[in-house]
Write a protein that binds this ligand. Structure first.
Ligand code: GSH
Length: 199
């Protein structure tokens, strides 16, 4: 088995989808978390200067979703057919488009709060409505089995709900999907043991 090293800050953030995939597949990896204070000296040593990165036998992969898609393929969670794979990618990209609207790095707390409130109040409903329609009465977002799209919904909605706990109250099917993901034994064990962080 390759040697895996995942490097990120001490946050769930953009590394958590890969951590879910490692947990589900049972693959051993180094969950390397750096201190924010050390970042300025580490940044220039990293190709493309952003985290997370995943090292696979020393080969550095950047971009959180490229890393996660690779791990999902390896774990059989990328979708069971080429069409399912495209649909899983599309759902992940749709959720990610929404997550990237937020000014995560904004230092001014007033500006940050205003932007978060606006996105959660005015833009989230459309995403939730569309995701709920896509899920319908299916058990999983894509096909007949769990995929990394379900994981990404759980990871991202955990952060969204920490910002606005009633966010998805009108969508019990989306909340039930979170419960199904979190009840998978390997995911439940990871959630139980992972370091606590706000995001
Ligand atoms: N699209 C990239 C991904 O998904 O990996 C975004 C990477 C990114 O912006 N990472 C942030 C970062 O490295 C942390 S979430 N910020 C520090 C910096 O830009 O110096």
């Amino acid at each position: 088995m390759p040697q895996y090293k995942l490097t990120y800050f001490n946050l769930r953030g953009r590394a958590e989808i890969s951590r879910y995939l490692f947990a589900y597949s049972g693959k051993k990896y180094e969950d390397h978390r750096i201190e924010a204070a050390d970042w300025p000296k580490i940044k220039p040593t990293i190709p493309f200067g952003k985290l997370p990165i995943l090292e696979v036998d020393g080969v550095i992969i950047h971009q959180s979703l490229a890393m996660a898609r690779y791990l999902a393929r390896e774990a059989g969670l990328a979708g069971q057919t080429p069409v399912e794979q495209a649909l899983a990618d599309a759902i992940v990209d749709t959720i990610d488009d929404f997550m990237t609207l937020f000014p995560w790095a904004e230092k001014n707390q007033d500006v940050r709060k205003k932007a978060f409130d606006d996105i959660l109040t005015n833009k989230a409903p459309e995403l939730l409505k569309d995701l709920d329609t896509f899920l319908g009465d299916k058990k999983w977002l894509v096909g007949n089995s769990v995929s990394w799209a379900d994981f990404y919904w759980d990871v991202c909605s955990t952060t969204l709900l920490s910002c606005k706990p009633d966010l998805a109250d009108k969508y019990p099917r989306l909340l039930a999907l979170r419960e199904r993901v979190q009840a998978l034994p390997a995911i439940a064990a990871w959630i139980q043991k992972r370091p606590k962080s706000v995001m």
